[in-house]
Design a protein around this ligand. Sequence first.
Ligand code: ASP
Length: 582
Amino acid sequence: MYRDNTCGALRASDINSAVTLSGWVHKVRDKGFVVWVDLRDRYGLTQLVFDQDRTSSELLDKAKVLGRESVIRIKGEIIERASKNPNIPTGDIEVLVKELEILNDSLLPPFTIEDDTDGGEDIRMKYRYLDIRRNPVKDNLIFRHKVTMEVRKHLSDKGFIEVETPYLIKSTPEGARDFVVPSRMNEGQFYALPQSPQTFKQLLMVGGMDKYFQIVKCFRDEDLRADRQPEFTQIDCEMAFVEQEDILNAFEGLTKHLLKEIKGIDVEDFPRITYDEAMKRFGNDKPDVRFGMEFGELNAVAQHKDFNVFNSAELVVGIAVPGGASYTRKEIDKLIDWVKRPQVGAKGMVYVKCNEDGTYKSSVDKFYDQEDLAKWAEATNAKAGDLICVLSGTINETRAQLSALRMELAERLGLRKPDEFAPLWVIDFPLLELDEETGTYHAMHHPFTSPKPGQLELLETEPGKVKANAYDLVLNGNEIGGGSIRIHDKEIQATMFKHLGFTPEEAKAQFGFLMDAFQYGAPPHGGIAFGLDRLVAILGGQETIRDFIAFPKNNSGRDVMIDAPATIDEEQLKELHLKLDI
Ligand code: ASP
């Protein structure tokens, strides 16, 4: 027997019992005549004591040379500690060791296995199995497990069935590139790894599995932006015989269940705002609504004077920064530099200080009087003591820039509190999105999303105006889920493909199986998918998803521990009928 208890289990009530423990040597403190060893496993730390009087000098000598991270088994007696450690649950006791066996030695780890380690990100990734021994990583993985168990429990209680769908499939367009897998048995042909199980879950609806979910890996070959993983996990869900309202209610229920079970908080019914409203009020389709600083559009009150920058702009818009009137000139200049950084891209920033005495002082006093500025303050909801920051330009760019500034300032002002949760639904997304570079439209969600009733005709005339039965669930400024009511009619799906630039032949080659299935009694259906990694990170009060994935890839999509991707040998290439030309 390796152990009859874990290193986190023993308490004062166990004193005088015998115990067998196994674990890793966390720390050795050698006082000459007595040696203390902290023994660690997933459950905690237990202090072991060796001394020549109470045990044997032979055992003491063995303990003195124990290396950090060696794996040992001990037998001993649980005794009361002379100096108790109130910081750990086993702090009242120690184990007087009678037998010690070294199960395996360890090389000296390249970083300390402590909560605050001396190891940098790269080295910790290379030795991730050591990193996982550290509490912060270990606890995150346990936390993730808890969340997924709650997801499974809730959905299963509500009648959802978890069904696995294949990984070796054909392209499922979710807007990224596919990872492909060459087929040895079918020369010159490739599987694509799923960007999502989208088409399969729709086929399951045709198959009558009217409530489906799956906790599933998805693969997207995208240029890696910070904190994106090429493979990630979704809670993928689909229901048949539902309208948008049914889906929103079902998954609001899941989210509330998680907030309650995991965080112990009850939240009110989630607010719903349209995409258009989100863009107008927050410049963003995933607004963080834990704080105000809502946009105030100023065209009407700023475009009547000789200030050409504003007069020539499509949009003039501002936010009121709480307490910002006290910023020094230097601080404001820094803020202006911040919005002018290429990542944000504003050309400049106009500001107004709302003084405590009710007067205003702006960077454009030459053009605007106190009465004008009072109107700006009204439009941006600015109070005495606030600073109004105003940007201008084209609608889309200006909104994106001011939204970036809003989030940055909220961060600096400590308004993005990790223990506060403000979920909301954003609904009525546009069906199509214009690709500014090519001038063509593509599906904003995916090509299987249905337009709102009665809007199909608009596709011919004003495609950009068509709204979809599509929705996102937003939590604290992050999109944690997104979905739609699907098209379930073959003709409408064919029309949709046509508008997305597929010839009938291309549509048939790529999605013929789905359109065929629609001819055999496809029920009305819709669904949603949550990004599990991000959801877990946010519930865990952190923003980095990598910290909640056991073996993540780095920012260049590499697994530096196993060193992947890697080349394959000639023989394997030949078998796969591949020739490299590099
Ligand atoms: N397949 C979609 C996605 O991955 C989610 C959905 O529409 O259910 O974003």
